[in-house]
Design a protein around this ligand. Sequence first.
Ligand code: SAH
Length: 356
Amino acid sequence: MDRQDIASFTYEEIQEEMKKIGEKPFRGRQIYEWIHVRSADDFSEMTNLSRELREKLSLHYRIPQMKVAAHQVSRKDPTEKFLFELEDGNMIESVLMKYEYGNSVCISSQAGCRMGCRFCASAIGGLKRSLLASEMLRQVYQVQKCCKERVSNIVVMGTGEPLDNYENFVRFVHMISDEHGLHISQRSITASTCGIVPGIQRLAGEGLQITLALSLHGSTQEKRKALMPVANKYALPEVLAACDYYFEKTGRRITFEYSLVKGVNDQPEDIRELTALLKHRNCHVNLIPVNPVKERTFRRPSYENAVEFKNKLEKNGINVTIRRERGSDIDGACGQLRRRYAADHKGETDEIICDD
Ligand code: SAH
């Protein structure tokens, strides 16, 4: 019999599970606390359970393991990057960003990605597999454990498309915000999607309070298609209608992400088109000067041009910011550490500061 992943059971489910194996539900509550509050990664750590029970648990269940393969600390800004190795050898990355208001962790939702965005490093190797809810949770727990700092915000903007791993992603949101776990407010969670329309519509009905970020990147269907293959499947008007629906159902303002690519989507006509698209929408635009990826030819506009782009949008009544660059010295852009590791891994890792 395959041992089930006990770390992906919700607080309610784990109590039901204990009943199934003839234990009292409160054992489930104890185990939940060990895994989700105390970051235990093995039954042997659960010292308030009898040895017999721990042995029984390890017969029925497993806690998926995750090793820190590399940990890089930026010298430029308060940013740390983690490369984790999953049980099956797949690699994922997470980023810790420290702000005045608290610590934010950017997590991956899949190992690899099948969305194929032209400027994105994560798309290069394709999708390996989707992550379990417990593997998304564990990224946050490991970062906390390693840095001994509490995490208050989560962005699901690492490798992968969360809405391509819908059930596990929603389960993750419920569990990370559960009062019996880390209890991170849903309002402090942002998930980014490339625009999977049925996923956005379904998410709108989940009763969650998370912020949805939509990767827009182009102001017309044609321009979006040139950068994002997913636009062939879900056209821009449908995507925007789904975003409007999300706002209507949840009251949560949408963030539109727009990666600025020199000569491709940073022209005066883009400002006009973006304004027409967004000015009647209650939203926020986040401009990201594209991070150059070795395997891609895209270039970013100069900082001055990005600021000019922002100012013009602002003048047109659009609520807009430029994303502050973080961790550029530690392969800060999505999927780059993972790519580099795959390309030139010779057994040793980058600077390992924390290893457990
Ligand atoms: N699959 C989700 C999450 C991807 S990563 C999505 O598509 O939204 C989060 C954001 O970073 C997305 O907006 C993505 O398009 C953007 N991104 C990816 N690679 C980038 C790069 N090289 N430079 C700038 N932004 C990038």
